[in-house]
Design a protein around this ligand. Structure first.
Ligand SMILES: Cc1cc2nc3c(=O)[nH]c(=O)nc-3n(C[C@H](O)[C@H](O)[C@H](O)COP(=O)(O)OP(=O)(O)OC[C@H]3O[C@@H](n4cnc5c(N)ncnc54)[C@H](O)[C@@H]3O)c2cc1C
Length: 154
């Protein structure tokens, strides 16, 4: 079994956390809008999580997770830098069509801000003027403001 090592962990709030995972093949294959199936351990449930970012140079994919139930809470406890996930399968799902639109608005709220980042970046790389509209319940819950500013006008 491959070693899906966690290289970065960031906590955005009491229930929302980011995991950056070493997986060079996945990082090369991933496209905006796709997801992976994750298993925390051998007995673990398989859960779908969106690829919120991928970096071919670093060979990593990034997941942003909300702890809502059994597995996502277990992962919140167990997934620390240096530990590994048992399984990460994908990329799955039909990639978001990027095309050659001239002006695009990307809208997301809360945890849903993370999955639209790769799309906003891909639109920008394709030459579109990208407007980002992202919302959070409170200032404390805001994350990835700088990442969005780098690819979109807000
Ligand atoms: C394509 C796709 C992409 C996704 N991407 C992401 C992502 O990027 N990040 C993310 O955080 N999530 C994402 N999700 C959602 C994520 O898969 C789920 O939150 C996760 O599977 C929940 O697993 P769990 O074991 O933690 O929760 P579970 O224990 O399965 O609980 C899930 C919810 O159901 C409730 N529940 C559980 N059992 C019962 C019951 N018996 N009666 C009533 N309610 C119950 C729980 O309270 C909880 O709110 C995605 C889902 C899909 C389909």
């Amino acid at each position: 079994m491959a070693n899906f090592e966690i290289v970065t962990r960031e906590d955005f709030s009491d229930v929302t956390y980011l995991l950056e995972i070493r997986h060079p093949m996945m990082a090369r294959a991933a496209k905006p809008g796709q997801f992976v199936i994750v298993m925390l351990n051998e007995q673990g449930e398989r859960i779908p999580l969106t690829i919120a970012d991928f970096d071919c140079d670093k060979g990593t994919i990034t997941l942003v997770i909300q702890a809502v139930g059994k597995t996502t809470r277990q992962m919140q406890q167990a997934c620390q830098v240096g530990t590994s996930l048992y399984g990460v399968v994908g990329p799955m799902g039909i990639p978001s069509p990027i095309g050659n639109a001239k002006k695009v608005m990307c809208v997301g709220g809360g945890l849903g801000v993370a999955p639209i980042f790769p799309q906003a970046r891909a639109f920008k790389q394709a030459g579109a003027y990208v407007i980002g509209v992202v919302g959070f319940r409170s200032k404390e819950l805001v994350f990835w403001e700088e990442k969005f500013r780098a690819v979109a006008t807000s």
